[in-house]
Design a protein around this ligand. Structure first.
Ligand code: UT7
Length: 325
């Protein structure tokens, strides 16, 4: 039965920050950032904005595009790595602001692969009859957990949200195949040391700057390409389609060098691989739904097109989904 994407939406904060602005904060340059990452600017939340607010804006846009009303939604699923509050997360605030009544909601934490994991969960709810209309949102405010003194990470991330509305599909339409995986041995490649129950917040943890995202960049880089490729092949297998049937690949937007390397390994023409990270940077679990929504809205992705999404992220998690739009 599967799941069909019937509407997309996204939201980027208005405040755009160029590489040259970051060169005033840390020892970096526009040239280094562009050459090593492909990023030119990112959008950052204003102090009064929240991940839930971005999720609401993206969710409303997706509902409007889908022709569904808030009352139709019977699951609100929010993929996010850094929620509004560790407890109760982001989803209840999104659900309250949207007004989805007593529909269930929950956060899904799977790092930057959160949106792809979310597609798998949404499909399960729809196929089992637990839901008829799922609002899946990826919303991330990485600027809130970025160490703005650390040039190795602060140039990489941006804030934003993307959303899709899913309903049950029919044979050969919608989610054709999804494949999600993990490699827990690499758990510490990307992590925030303190603030959880392992190391609760204290004066010492704050003094030691342990509440920021830490990343072993080159380790993540080395794993990213083979893992995204592997996941994509497994999802294609499940979907029963080949790469030649795929119109567009949307990889997680972490680094243009990773995206270029993936395109080379897949031997897929580069113009069929979508990238928007020059404008938005790495927005973690929001990156794929933002890129998807932008391509749908500019008419690049059309109804009937086959889109392959592939991601990797903290955990490490990785996964891919093949969708007929
Ligand atoms: O969503 C998943 C999460 N993250 C990722 O996917 C990120 C994956 N990794 C990457 O994208 C890349 O590894 C980075 C962009 C983070 C780093 O690029 P790299 O080519 O792997 O550089 P590097 O870490 O090997 O560092 C090379 C040099 C170092 O200087 P030394 O030790 O050679 O003197 C760094 O200190 O570049 C230096 N460097 C910088 N220089 C200017 C690191 N960050 C910066 C910076 N500006 N922002």
């Amino acid at each position: 039965m599967g799941a069909r994407i019937v509407g997309t939406g996204s939201y980027l904060p208005l405040h755009a920050v160029a590489n040259s602005d970051l060169a005033n904060l840390v020892d970096t340059s526009d040239e280094w950032i562009v050459q090593r990452t492909g990023i030119r600017e990112r959008h950052l939340l204003e102090p009064q904005e929240l991940p839930s607010g971005m999720g609401v804006a993206a969710g409303r846009a997706a509902l409007a595009a889908s022709g569904n009303a808030v009352d139709d939604v019977d699951l609100v699923l929010v993929a996010t790595t850094f929620p509004d509050m560790i407890c109760p997360g982001t989803a209840p605030f999104v659900a309250a602001a949207l007004g989805t009544g007593d529909a269930p909601f929950f956060d899904l934490t799977a790092g930057c692969t959160g949106f792809v994991y979310g597609l798998a969960v949404a499909e399960g709810f729809l196929a089992s009859g637990l839901a008829e209309c799922v609002l899946l949102i990826g919303s991330e405010a990485l600027s809130r957990v970025t160490d703005w003194n650390d040039r190795r990470t602060c140039v990489l991330f941006g804030d934003g949200a993307g959303a899709v509305v899913l309903r049950r599909g029919s044979e050969g339409s919608g989610l054709l195949g999804v494949s999600v995986h993990g490699d827990p041995e690499k758990a510490l490649l990307l992590h925030m040391p303190a603030g959880g129950t392992r190391l609760p917040a204290s004066h010492d943890t704050v003094d030691a700057r342990l509440h920021y995202l830490r990343m072993e960049g080159s380790g993540v880089f080395r794993s990213a390409v083979p893992l995204m490729e592997q996941a994509l092949e497994r999802a294609l297998d499940k979907a029963g389609v080949g790469l030649d049937d795929v119109d567009w690949v949307i990889p997680h937007q972490a680094n243009l060098r990773i995206i270029d390397a993936l395109a080379r390994r897949l031997a897929i023409p580069r113009d069929r691989v979508l990238a928007n990270l020059d404008r938005v940077a790495n927005t973690s679990s929001a990156s794929i739904p933002i890129a998807l929504d932008e391509a749908v809205r500019r008419g690049q992705i059309r109804p009937g097109d086959v889109v392959a999404m592939t991601a990797f992220g903290a955990g490490v998690t990785y996964g891919a989904a093949i969708v007929r739009m």
